[in-house]
Design a binder for this molecule. Structure first.
Ligand code: ZN
Length: 103
């Protein structure tokens, strides 16, 4: 039995991807509140937070979600996996541009 031939000059590769992954970015913020004598107004101020936010695109719309610290930890890992995937794709694209069939 003969192995199926790929068309001349092509090859298949495997990307190693860890799931789940998530596009977007994570940000943290500390803030003051509306209460007049709160510790967040003290000198030095003791700000509220940190608050964690995921920002990304859902169905083409820029979306922000507030996360708990646990969700933020998971989110950070998923984003790192997505970035690793993007990096692999960028490297493939760079390689492709170096191997164009013209000079
Ligand atoms: Zn406050």
């Amino acid at each position: 039995m003969q192995a199926k031939q790929h068309s001349l000059g092509t090859k298949k590769i495997t990307l190693h991807i860890t799931l789940p992954l998530l596009p977007g970015s994570l940000s943290t913020a500390r803030s003051t509140c509306g209460k007049p004598h709160c510790a967040c107004k003290a000198n030095p101020p003791k700000l509220h937070g940190p608050y964690y936010r995921w920002t990304g695109f859902l169905e083409g719309k820029r979306t922000t979600k507030t996360l708990t610290p646990e969700q933020a930890r998971e989110c950070r890992q998923r984003i790192a996996r997505h970035r690793a995937l993007e990096k692999q794709i960028r490297q493939l694209v760079c390689q492709a541009l170096r191997q164009v069939p013209w000079t």
